[in-house]
Design a protein around this ligand. Structure first.
Ligand code: FE2
Length: 386
């Protein structure tokens, strides 16, 4: 485990971070994540789950009542996080095939941009595979321009230009009023979105984010950082120029037994989104609430906390509360962070969530990887897939 850094090391570190962001080219200015859309088998019931278990609020709806005979789509919101759940109501078609292939899964990582036509042209010019040509959509609330490109697997990035739109979500959606409104649980924004890619493809996709989208690599972990006796993976974190969008990319690495990334690839049938990290200002309260509402978290062995304070130094939180909930803590040069991972939220061991609270730290919990993966391996063993 890493100890405190010297002043020199700290200055070097800050210099490197600054240089990385200077190197990130801003031909693709992104204001933030606009929404995450999942294609699911039953959007109505999924929406109920996200409201009940995660405290998302009813925001917008499209379906039969709004003139859509092919899909039903529910938009949920909490803080700045917008999740869209879409299901198909017709036989065949892209949504049904996506669900058949991957199970309920993230299809769209939508990015809020100033100009969706420029975003499309600049990325396609640099080699992106087009998904949606710049398309204008309008209703009485104004105009949206959307465009899109493919990223890893069947996942896509949509660019959303909404400066001339004042409606609740997108044209075609209406406000969704519901009598059922469980309290929000303090989730604020999407901290990062992690993709799992195939063997030896991590660098290909990092290069894609660098060259096609102008991102820079801010962190890398190799299999020595992230391995246990049995399983291994490698990971690099790509960030856009203003640091609002962070995409870690994982690939499996050889271990004695099956990597958790390989297990994901097997059940997902290829690369896709592994987890969404959602930020809170009070992780103990958020996690307590989620547990009461039935969300299951990865088990963290009690021994993890034995040498914790030696490892991370002084923290503001009560250690017993963190221990009670299995919240992990890690420190870097700039501060510390608290994080916890849910079990997969689907029957297939594919997608899960991370809840994260940053107290200065801008990293991703490197010191927790080993403790965490030992915990994940126990779960894999229970599923008979280790
Ligand atoms: Fe994460």
């Amino acid at each position: 485990m890493e100890s405190a850094k010297s002043i020199d090391e700290l200055q070097n570190f800050n210099f490197e971070i600054k240089k990385i962001f200077d190197d990130a080219q801003d031909f693709l200015p992104i204001m933030g994540t606009d929404y995450i859309e999942l294609y699911v088998g039953n959007a109505k019931q999924s929406a109920h789950y996200y409201k009940t278990a995660f405290g998302f609020q009813s925001e917008a709806y499209a379906g039969l009542e709004t003139g859509r005979k092919d899909i039903a789509s529910y938009v949920l919101k909490q803080g700045k996080i917008r999740i869209v759940l879409t299901t198909s109501m017709i036989k065949g078609g892209d949504i049904s095939k996506h669900v058949d292939n991957h199970g309920d899964a993230v299809k769209i990582i939508a990015l809020h941009v100033e100009d969706a036509t420029i975003a499309f042209n600049e990325t396609v010019k640099r080699g992106a595979k087009p998904y949606l040509q710049p398309t204008k959509e309008e209703d009485k609330n104004g105009t949206i321009i959307k465009s899109g490109i493919y990223t890893y697997g069947e996942t896509v990035h949509l660019f959303i230009e909404r400066k001339n739109y004042s409606g609740v979500f997108l044209p075609g959606y209406r406000k969704w009023d519901s009598h059922y409104n469980p309290k929000n649980i303090g989730l604020k924004y999407i901290d990062h979105v992690v993709g799992n890619v195939d063997w030896d493809e991590m660098n290909i996709w990092c290069k894609f984010y660098q060259e096609v989208m102008g991102f820079a690599q801010i962190i890398s972990f190799d299999d020595k950082d992230i391995s246990t006796e049995y399983t291994a993976l490698m990971s690099k974190v790509m960030s856009n120029g203003n640091g609002r969008i962070k995409f870690p990319i994982n690939e499996p690495a050889d271990g004695l037994k099956k990597s958790q990334i390989e297990e994901y690839l097997d059940f997902y049938n290829g690369p896709g989104v592994q987890h969404l990290a959602l930020a809170t200002d009070n992780i103990a309260e958020t996690v307590k609430e989620m547990k009461e509402r039935g969300v299951e978290f990865l088990y963290v062995p009690e021994t993890y906390y034995d040498d914790l304070l030696e490892r991370v130094g002084k923290i503001d939180e009560d250690l017993n509360t963190l221990k009670e909930h299995g919240i992990l803590i890690d420190r870097d040069e700039e501060g510390y962070l608290l994080q916890i991972f849910t079990k997969p939220i689907l029957d297939r061991p594919t997608m899960f969530f991370e809840i994260i609270q940053r107290k200065g730290a801008q990293s991703f919990g490197k010191g927790n990887f080993k403790a965490l993966f030992s915990a994940i391996e126990r779960e894999q063993k229970n599923r008979g897939t280790l």
